[in-house]
Design a protein around this ligand. Structure first.
Ligand code: COA
Length: 330
């Protein structure tokens, strides 16, 4: 019998402080009207100075395990998707494993930027369906505020901090059709130069791009990423649906990466889906990178927008540049 991989628990965490558009007006030359019109964002959640990505990931993981009714020792594997790890080593997933006391679990991090949670789900589906593992924790967590250049008005208005976590487990019940139906990921490395966050590579070209000349900050060509995002989210949804013989009409709820309402609107038009079926919480949080989709999924569930038997589609894009789409039967 085909083993199915099913999400059985979801959790989230947010940065403790609120950064509003009027706060940003005091930091760079910008205004609320411009930010709302061009991005849809009104406020973001920012982690305190001593709150790191692993802390957000841990909080979201605890909530997801509780929701799943599992104990940390049930976990076989922890995957954390992040581009803002506390350390390069140990991985955030290893820190979370230790804090949870999930001693049986293997752990590693992945880097697909904002696509990360979808990337982690793709791996979890494989490990469950091939029979290797029974319970996998997938976390998307980022504290982008720690690598944001707050002198650069083109980027500092966009980002916030958070974590979303899901527990993916083996579903062997023939009467329960809940599962990950399809997962597809991709990359367009030739466009990667449009969004950079250096680690060892500290060259003059990278330095010159940054307003504060701080190489530990994220730089982005917003309009290039914008064009990529609208195109790739639409293509990813259409292709992933086609792979499993489904159409846009089968979708009950679409949860896109929350980067910019104009990007979401553009993709929604191309996908030709009713905007009422699209979940958006971006105005409250901004772009939380790998955390966005997980936090949105959790809120959609809490708001009663995800019902048993529904088809839920998650779609993301991000640095790399990367993209990914997951179809869930809830
Ligand atoms: N406040 C006021 N004016 C601003 C501004 C701000 N915060 N940021 C930029 N501007 C100005 C620019 O300097 C420019 O002025 P100029 O024409 O005098 O040079 C003008 O507004 C237009 O800038 P532009 O960059 O073309 O705006 P845009 O419509 O492309 O919006 C982004 C900028 C960043 C909001 C948009 O490109 C975007 O959202 N891109 C995708 C980013 C993203 O999602 N990245 C995450 C990847 S996961």
């Amino acid at each position: 019998m085909q083993i199915k991989a099913k999400i059985i628990g979801v959790g989230h965490a947010l940065g403790e402080d609120v950064l509003t558009n009027s706060d940003l007006e005091k930091m760079v030359e910008t205004n609320d009207e411009w930010i709302v019109e061009r991005t849809g964002i009104r406020e973001r959640r920012i982690a305190k100075a001593d709150t790191y990505t692993s802390d957000l990931a841990y909080r979201a993981s605890r909530e997801a395990l509780e929701d799943a009714g599992l104990s940390p020792m049930d976990l076989d594997l922890i995957i954390v998707a992040t581009v803002t790890p506390d350390f390069l080593t140990p991985a955030v997933s290893c820190i979370v494993q230790a804090k949870l006391g999930a001693d049986r679990a293997a752990a590693y991090d992945i880097n697909q930027a904002c696509t990360g949670l979808v990337g982690g789900l793709t791996m979890a589906q494989q490990f469950i369906e091939n029979g290797k593992y029974r319970h996998i924790l997938v976390v998307g967590a980022d504290a982008l505020s720690k690598v944001t250049d707050y002198k650069d008005r083109k980027t500092c208005i966009l980002f916030g901090d958070g974590a979303g976590a899901v527990v993916v487990s083996r579903n062997e019940d023939p009467d329960d059709d809940s599962r990950i139906v399809a997962a597809k990921i991709g990359a367009v490395g030739s466009l990667g130069h449009n969004l950079t966050l250096p680690f060892l590579r500290m060259d003059e070209e990278e330095k010159a791009k940054r307003v504060s000349k701080d190489l530990h900050s994220l730089w982005m060509d917003g309009s290039e990423v914008f064009k990529f995002a609208v195109r790739i989210m639409a293509e990813a949804v259409k292709e992933t649906l086609a792979d499993v013989g489904m159409t846009v009409d089968d979708i009950d709820l679409l949860i896109p990466h929350q980067a910019n309402t104009r990007i979401i609107d553009g993709a929604v038009k191309r996908i030709k889906i009713n905007p009422d079926k699209v979940f958006v919480n971006l105005p409250k949080y901004g772009n939380m990178s790998a955390a966005s989709i997980g936090v949105a999924l959790k809120e959609a569930i809490d708001e009663g927008r995800v019902k048993r038997g529904d088809t839920i589609v998650l779609v993301g894009f991000g640095g790399g540049l990367t993209w990914g789409c997951t179809i869930l039967k809830w």
